[in-house]
Structures are given as structure tokens and as C-alpha cells.
Design a binder for this molecule. Structure first.
Ligand SMILES: [Zn+2]
Length: 439
């Protein structure tokens, strides 16, 4: 809840942080094009000092220097993520897109929770509305602006006891478009599809905005409306993901899900001129649904929430999870005759296709745990299926059945007895499927 002067300053600081980020990125790009080495963080900090001393950029020297250095650190991290193939190449920041800056020095920050106020360098005391109590000691504060509102995110540090995992059945999760998640026990969580629901409303106001004269006051009003809808969508999605991931992590210590590849998903379905993609329409629709539903954010939330509860999130390769029969392990594309139902051509096992996917994911997850506990190397997936699906059974199907099975007496300092989990689950599985096999 900044006053007018504070808000103006925050806008300027965010602008300075963006300026420094973009200038440093442009510099690194230019060096790259000339075949020079990328500058390290400390070298580029020297350039920052020069920029701040430039008499024509006095405004830059008015922003807190620590926040500008943090901006350079952010750029460093973008590069690291890019080189580690976790993210795309760093992009230039635009005004109004994730405006933010970060104060890294806890000594300069004062938090007065009793009076709902926080002291930040060059801004002074700011009043705020509390979303939750701050536990532990403050490490840094990030100020950001979203949809015209300002937010302070406070990172803290504290000691917590190693949480004791709850006794619960391990669970497998299959992410999908018709159902947001399917569980191995046959239950589902329906998708929210907040974007789809609001899409028409959004399109209507976007059209209205397009008809107005740019930067006129009516255009600004229409734009605010569009941004409001966009932020409503984002908030509804956030709420949905948090509720779903919290419910799962509270009830299950071991959660298995497929290892989604962010880069593969967000890659254009169209492919390149030399290598045009197949099934472009379906794939781009799927990619959009995946990004719309926030699968990656969901995985991120599950990961930390399950850990907070003393459990473990296991990511498994997802090849053929929807085509493998959980009863006889027969793999064939024909196994999945229609989208919603799974029917094994070999043994006649029938179930919902998404449930079957979740069952297979659970099985692989538990196998993986058993492998890791024994120090065994997981057999690599030997490639993807091409052409005739029937060749998959002999050629490129990863041999999951060859993974080591149950293991006895493995020492683990984790409160979870992971190998034991596999043993009991495998035993239960054999007994539940023996009838199916006989028939
Ligand atoms: Zn079968």
C-alpha cells in the first residue's frame, strides 16, 4: 500500500532494473556475435558502475545499487538455465511485463509485522496487507507489480524438523486433458480449464480494445478490463493447482508422476521447414491445454509439498504408459482401442485408459525407487516408436520389466521404507491380477 511518492519510486526502480538487465543482455549478445567470451557476473558489475556514473543517466544512480546487481544476477541465472537446457535463451524485458526488483541484504530490511509495515532502502516504511505470517528470519524481499497492484514477497530462513512421512498408499498420477489428473485407484480430478471458460469473454474485450484509438482514455479503460480478466484467469488457476497439490501431498507420502519435458512441450508443434511436425493441430491443441492447465507448475508444487510432508515425488519416463497392459505387460498401440477405454488384445484386461496410465506410472515409480535404493542403473529408454506400432514390442520398447525387483534390507536414513513399499505393492499387484491372467 505505497503512497504516491513511493509508488513512483517503485516504478522507477523496476524500470532501472529492467534497463540494466536489457543493457547487460545486449552487451553479452554483441560479444557473442563478435566471437568474444561471455562476461562473468563480477566483470559485468564493473560495467554497471560505469553506467551509473554516466551523467546522462542520473536516474539510474538513484535506484538502490543492490537491486540493480540482483538484476544482473537474474540474467546470469537465465544464462545458466539456458546452457543447462532448462530454459530458452534469455529475452529482453518489456515494460509492464513482470516489473520487479529485489533487495538482497537482510540488514537493510526491517519488518514490523505487528504494525503491518516494512522498511526498504530508498523507499522507507511501506504499509502492506498481510497474506500470511512471516516465519523465520528475512533473507530477501522482492517487490513486483501485477495488474496494477504491488506485492512484496519475503523469503525467509528457519530450522524445521525432519517431517515424518504419513503412512499411506503410494499413488500414481497420470496427467491428461479430459481429466486434469487420473489416479491409479480409478479416481479423477476434473480440469478447471479457466482459460477456456474465460476465453470468449477475453476475446470480446480484446476486440473492443482493438477498436479504440491506441493510448486514448477509452483504450486504457478497455485495456484495464482485459488485464483484469487475464489476472482473474491466472488467480483461478493458481488456486486450483494449490488446492489439488495440497490435497494429494496431505494424503500420500509417495507420489509418482510422469517426467514431463518442458522444452518438448512448449516447442512448436509445427516443426521446421526441413522437418515438419506431424499432427500439428492435435499437438498444438495439447500443448496449449498443457500450458493452460499449468502442469509444470503443478509438478513444482507437488515436489515441494510432498517433501514438506516427509514424502517423495518420483518422476518416471512416460513412454507407453497408456499402451502397456498392467495385467500382462503386453505393449501394443492396439491396446488402446478408443480414447477413453483400455482393452488389452492379449489378455482382455479392461479399464479406463487414464487409470491404466496412472497404474503403469505407479509401477514404474516404485521400480525406480527400488533401483535407486540398490544403486542399480535404470535401463535407458531405447528410443521412441516409429512407423508400425507393432515393431515397438520388439525394438524400441524400454524394458521396464527387466528393472530390478524387490530388495531386502537397504539402509535408509529417510523415514520412508522405500524398498519395502515396492515389495508390498508388488505382492498386492500379483494377487489382484492373478484371476485376470488365468482367464
Ligand atoms: Zn493384458
Amino acid at each position: 500500500m505505497p503512497n504516491g511518492e513511493q509508488e513512483r519510486d517503485m516504478r522507477r526502480f523496476a524500470g532501472s532494473a529492467r534497463f540494466v538487465f536489457n543493457k547487460a543482455l545486449a552487451m553479452q549478445k554483441a560479444r557473442y556475435e563478435q566471437g568474444e567470451k561471455k562476461l562473468g557476473y563480477f566483470e559485468i558489475c564493473k560495467s554497471l558502475t560505469e553506467w551509473r556514473n554516466d551523467p546522462e543517466a542520473v536516474w539510474l544512480s538513484e535506484a538502490p545499487v543492490h537491486t540493480l546487481q540482483q538484476s544482473l544476477k537474474d540474467l546470469e541465472r537465465s544464462y545458466t538455465n539456458f546452457f543447462a537446457k532448462r530454459a530458452d535463451f534469455p529475452r529482453f524485458k518489456k515494460r509492464g511485463q513482470s516489473d520487479s526488483f529485489r533487495y538482497p541484504d537482510p540488514k537493510q530490511i526491517k519488518l514490523d509485522q505487528g504494525n503491518n509495515r516494512i522498511f526498504l532502502p530508498k523507499l522507507g516504511w511501506l504499509r502492506y496487507r498481510n497474506s500470511r505470517n512471516v516465519l523465520g528470519s528475512v533473507r530477501n524481499v522482492t517487490i513486483s507489480r501485477s495488474n496494477g497492484k504491488w506485492f512484496a514477497s519475503i523469503q525467509t530462513q528457519r530450522q524445521v524438523e525432519q517431517p515424518q512421512a504419513i503412512e499411506s498408499a503410494p499413488i500414481g498420477i497420470d496427467m491428461g486433458v479430459t481429466q486434469f489428473v487420473a489416479f491409479n485407484d480409478g479416481s479423477f480430478v476434473a480440469p478447471l480449464n479457466s482459460f477456456k471458460k474465460h476465453q470468449q469473454r477475453l476475446a470480446k474485450y480484446q476486440r473492443r480494445m482493438a477498436r479504440k484509438i491506441k493510448f486514448s482514455s477509452n483504450w486504457k479503460k478497455a485495456k484495464a478490463r482485459v488485464q483484469k480478466i487475464q489476472s482473474d484467469i491466472a488467480n483461478a488457476r493458481k488456486d486450483f493447482l494449490h488446492k489439488t497439490s495440497t490435497a494429494i501431498s496431505k494424503n500420500h507420502a509417495v507420489v509418482c508422476m510422469e517426467d514431463l519435458q518442458v522444452r518438448n512441450m512448449s516447442k512448436s508443434a509445427k516443426g521446421t521447414v526441413e522437418k515438419p511436425g506431424k499432427n500439428v493441430r492435435q499437438k498444438s491443441g495439447l500443448n496449449r491445454a498443457i500450458l493452460d492447465q499449468g502442469w509444470f507448475e503443478f509438478r513444482r508444487q507437488l515436489d515441494y509439498k510432498v517433501q514438506w510432508a516427509g514424502g517423495k515425488l518420483v518422476l518416471v519416463p512416460a513412454h507407453y504408459t497408456s499402451q502397456t497392459c498392467p495385467s500382462c505387460n503386453h505393449v501394443l498401440a492396439d491396446n488402446r482401442l478408443i480414447q477413453a477405454e483400455f482393452l488389452c488384445v492379449e489378455c482382455g484386461y479392461e479399464n479406463n485408459a487414464d487409470t491404466v496410465g496412472a497404474m503403469n506410472i505407479l509401477e514404474r515409480g516404485l521400480r525406480l525407487i527400488a533401483c535407486q535404493a540398490s544403486g542399480a542403473v535404470m535401463p535407458p529408454a531405447t528410443g521412441t516408436r516409429r512407423g508400425d506400432p507393432r515393431s515397438a514390442t520388439t525394438k524400441s520398447q524400454p524394458d521396464f520389466a527387466a528393472w530390478p525387483g524387490p530388495l531386502q534390507a537397504t539402509q535408509s536414513n529417510n523415514s520412508l521404507d522405500l524398498p519395502q513399499l515396492w515389495c508390498s505393492w508388488e505382492a498386492a499387484r500379483s494377487s489382484s491380477f492373478c484371476k485376470c491372467r488365468e482367464s
